[in-house]
Ligand binder design. Structure first.
Ligand code: HEM
Ligand code: HEM
Length: 235
């Protein structure tokens, strides 16, 4: 079969992915390594929240392979895919990958949201600190402090799966997430990928999606958040 290169991941999806990776590294460093960086932890946490909101909206209106409707399948379908010996090639996320995408997005979203409700118990409070009943606030605190380890475990699995596809199935998923292109040179390809679609970005929609996520974060962090009694230390 002659090799054909298909644009699968549009620039917004790739930018989202690598910015998410960079932001999570910064989130860890600003909480655990750098001194007095909690303010930057907050700012970058809001950015991270914006990234996830962007990906959710882009998953509805983005280019073909970025859409949730293109890659989300029933759990039965995903299990059947994992049991199959002769794994079919997918141009977008494969059925197992689709669930790991949902898992990673949900974990990071939970981490960002719980951060809004907690405090470092020194000077800095998230914008919704003191809003929840004490038991809920403790739960948010617990989840935020433990949650990052769960994200790390999921990321280890994610990277392990990518290495597995490279070694076992000779699929280079990483280069596609960098360049945007996949080669269609292996048979069999999954049935709905028989006619590959080239992913092209609608730049107008891209700007609208950025605006929607940025305004939503602004509303959450600045407009809807209660005014703190002493707002000097709240960011
Ligand atoms: C996805 C985004 C985020 C990630 C990955 C993240 C990650 C972390 C990590 C790894 C810690 C250290 C936990 C520990 O010491 O065991 C931490 C602490 C903390 N985070 Fe976040 N965070 C995020 C978003 C936020 C947001 C949006 C806020 C508030 C607006 C926030 C507020 C805090 C506070 C107050 C602490 C406690 C710091 C301390 O006790 O010294 N985080 N976060
Ligand atoms: C903080 C760490 C990471 C997180 C939270 C993360 C999260 C994600 C998410 C949410 C997606 C889905 C992309 C989308 O459809 O928008 C994805 C895909 C992908 N990620 Fe990561 N990722 C991380 C690190 C990495 C690293 C270090 C690599 C490189 C080895 C990598 C390689 C990939 C690849 C190749 C895909 C596409 C998988 C496919 O073809 O189905 N990721 N990642």
């Amino acid at each position: 079969m002659s090799e054909k290169r298909v644009k699968v991941w549009d620039l917004p999806t790739r930018l989202f992915h690598w910015l998410l990776v960079a932001t999570l590294i910064f989130q860890y460093a600003s909480a655990e390594i750098f001194d007095n960086a909690i303010q930057w932890h907050f700012y970058s946490g809001y950015f991270c929240l914006g990234l996830i909101l962007f990906r959710i909206v882009w998953g509805l209106v983005g280019s073909y392979y970025a859409r949730f409707s293109q890659f989300i399948v029933t759990p039965q379908h995903a299990i059947a895919y994992m049991r199959a010996k002769n794994t079919k090639h997918y141009l977008g996320h494969n059925p197992a990958g689709a669930y790991s995408v949902i898992l990673l997005l949900s974990l990071v979203l939970t981490q960002a949201v719980t951060g809004l409700f907690i405090s470092d118990d020194i000077f800095s409070n998230g914008p919704y600190y003191d809003v929840l009943p004490k038991a809920w606030e403790d739960a948010a605190n617990f989840i935020h402090h433990r949650g990052f380890n769960i994200i790390l475990a999921a990321v280890a699995l994610h990277i392990g799966a990518i290495a597995y596809y490279k070694i076992k199935h000779k699929q280079n998923l990483l280069s596609a997430m960098i360049s945007g292109y996949k080669s269609v040179n292996h048979a069999p390809v999954s049935p709905h990928e028989q006619k590959p679609v080239n992913a092209s970005t609608n730049w107008f929609l891209f700007i609208i999606c950025i605006a929607i996520s940025a305004v939503t974060v602004y509303l959450i962090v600045d407009v809807f958040a209660p005014i703190p009694e002493d707002d000097y230390y709240d960011y």
